[in-house]
Design a protein around this ligand. Structure first.
Ligand code: G3H
Ligand code: ZN
Length: 267
């Protein structure tokens, strides 16, 4: 499944319209910053409205919650699924907070929990200059231990993926051998998640899906489409002041990126 980030009504509209066009359920995510900007309850209400109108399955997900408090805020607002990202923490600390997240989530209508092990460099923007260290990558043996100790539903892995798009336009190739090892180690116990879905060559995306990735997160390509379409429109029509006219080509541009990603993921 594609998991697409949004921080405003236009991007959510683009994702929802793409999903309905392709008759595919999708995950719509807000990162911590995106959720704070839009409002967690507001995100829940907007997604409910699109679901009702389109009769479509949209799963509302918190992406990269960095503290137990922010995860609780999302769960209390009615999110269906949450990601606690403790990847920067020492292993035991990551386990401890992820366990608390799982405990809280299970009390609240079985909200799904994604954990993260391994360190993902970069940020959701183009032009990333990152050097991936061997230690950043998810260790298959530690992954089993992490899953058993935390009880998570899904695991975000680091296999050479980065957040954002690498300088030059395309991300480095992924370590598919490592993904195979992780898949063999954890098979059947969790769903595997690939972050940093922007800028990855299509062939690598097809391979990771074959090797067990079931959720792919995409943000940067939507952001780039959004601002490029907005800039282009305003340059071409500097006197237009009606927001819904300004946003029309922006929604179309984001929608087209989402459509292409969903088609790629469903191949
Ligand atoms: O959590 C969000 C994703 O990992 C987005 O990554 O900005 O590289 O598409 P991206
Ligand atoms: Zn991510």
């Amino acid at each position: 499944m594609g998991a697409f980030n949004f921080c405003n009504t236009e991007i959510l509209r683009a994702i929802a319209e793409a999903a309905v066009e392709l008759k595919t359920p999708v995950i719509v995510s807000t990162s911590q910053g995106e959720g704070v900007f839009l409002g967690f309850k507001q995100a829940r209400s907007l997604v409910n409205a699109w679901q009702e109108q389109l009769g479509l399955d949209l799963i509302l997900h918190l992406d990269h919650g960095k503290s137990l408090d922010i995860v609780k805020t999302a769960i209390d607002a009615g999110y269906d699924s949450v990601h606690f990202d403790g990847s920067i923490l020492p292993f035991e600390e990551n386990v401890k907070i992820t366990q608390q997240v799982v405990e809280y989530a299970k009390q609240k209508n079985s909200v799904m929990v994604e954990g993260e092990l391994g360190y993902l460099r970069g940020a959701s923007a183009p032009g990333q200059k990152v050097t991936i260290e061997k230690n950043d990558l998810t260790d298959p043996v530690m992954a089993i231990k992490f899953i058993q100790e935390t009880g998570i539903d899904s695991l975000a892995v680091a296999i050479g993926n980065i957040h954002g798009i690498a300088q030059g336009g395309q991300d480095p190739h992924l370590d598919l051998a490592r993904l195979s090892e992780i898949q063999r180690a954890v098979v059947g116990s969790v769903f595997l998640v690939l972050h940093g879905g922007s800028g990855i060559p299509d062939e690598d995306i097809k391979q990771v899906i074959k090797l067990g990735i079931v959720k792919i997160n995409v943000n940067t390509e939507l952001r780039v489409a959004y601002v490029n379409a907005l800039r282009k429109f305003l340059q071409g029509s500097p006197h237009e002041t009606t927001p819904y006219k300004v946003m029309e080509p922006v929604v179309e541009a984001v929608k087209s990126v989402v459509i292409n990603k969903i088609k790629l993921f469903n191949q």
